[in-house]
Design a protein around this ligand. Structure first.
Ligand code: NAP
Length: 284
């Protein structure tokens, strides 16, 4: 079996078109959806990420502003700026690019964002809403993975076993909650899991979110399983690759996401979905 590709670029283009449609509907009511992005310091990767977030937003008709501050910015000043954005009715989404400089407490900064504007979905209120099945903002990466599963017809996951490798607060844990909400049976694995392969071999869906190459190899995958690769690593030639041994696993799985061109573009697209959602809720 050669797995079919879940094309993240194509699906992200569809999602962006849906967002553009929703933006137009709000503009027709004189509401301009707006995302405010804050970057502290000059981390090179972060600079690339924030620029793409602004460009993605503008492509769909969302307006976006990028505020840049020096790495030495006192935390109190950042919190004051977030408070001002929270109070500004023209701002619907607020995103503080991580990582923050070492003198800042990232948790305190994220908690300062009004939950109604938390389009990254990292606030404790957003995590709590996901946990109890209430409306809130879903973290963009697992949200994008769920959309990828839907795109291949996997909506209700009743009777299916999903194995999530990784338990970070921004990927693994929310991913597990979203799968559970769709009625999957979920196993969450991490560095303390013994015999990972024995678990992944039972899985109908495997989500790898570790940050290490070849965490999932062909012998660890049940024939016909769906494999979602969240990882972002570099191979020996310096090329972007995921956590999954793509060439090998592709011979066993039924569907697989590539890296690049898989979860990455979907993560970007789901930020736009959360932002338009925030604006629609504010305008309701
Ligand atoms: P993280 O916070 O470092 O978490 C990694 C997880 O992997 C941890 O739970 C860790 O277990 C687990 N782990 C480490 N080694 C393992 C092993 N050998 N077997 C099983 N589990 C193991 O990373 P993250 O922020 O979730 O990101 C994970 C990967 O996804 C990274 O490559 C990141 O760059 C990528 N990512 C991609 C996107 C995208 O848009 N494509 C977005 C976000 C993240 P412990 O908890 O026990 O330490």
């Amino acid at each position: 079996m050669t797995a079919q590709l879940i094309d993240g670029n194509a699906l992200a283009a569809t999602v962006r078109a849906e967002v553009a449609h929703r933006v137009q509907a709000l503009q027709a009511r004189d509401v301009q959806p707006h995302l405010s992005i804050i970057l502290v310091g000059d981390n090179p990767a972060s600079q690339v990420y924030v620029r793409s977030k602004v460009a993605d937003s503008q492509q769909t008709g969302l307006s976006a502003t990028l505020e840049r501050y020096p790495a030495e910015l006192p935390q109190a000043e950042l919190l004051a700026r977030i408070a001002a954005l929270n109070a500004d009715p023209a701002v619907h989404g607020i995103l503080v690019q991580l990582p923050l400089p070492p003198h800042m407490d990232a948790h305190a900064v994220i908690e300062a964002i009004a939950p109604a504007k938390d389009v990254d979905g990292f606030h404790v209120a957003s995590a709590g809403a996901l946990m109890v099945g209430q409306p809130g903002f879903r973290p963009c990466t697992p949200y994008g993975c769920m959309r990828m599963l839907q795109s291949i017809g996997l909506h209700d996951l009743r009777g299916r076993h999903a194995v999530v490798i990784g338990r970070s607060n921004i990927v693994g844990k929310p991913m597990a909650m979203m799968l559970l909400a769709q009625n999957a049976t979920v196993t969450v694995c991490h560095s303390g899991t013994s015999d990972l392969a024995a678990l992944t071999r039972q899985a109908d869906i495997v989500v790898a979110a570790v940050g290490k190459r070849n965490v999932l190899t062909a012998d660890m995958v049940k024939p016909g399983a769906v494999v979602i690769d969240v990882g972002m690593n570099r191979d020996d030639a310096g090329k972007l690759c995921g956590d999954v041994d793509f060439a090998g696993v592709r011979q066993v799985a039924s569907w697989i996401t590539p890296v690049p061109g898989g979860v990455g573009p979907m993560t970007r697209a789901m930020l736009l979905v959360n932002t338009i959602e925030a604006a629609e809720r504010a305008a309701a």
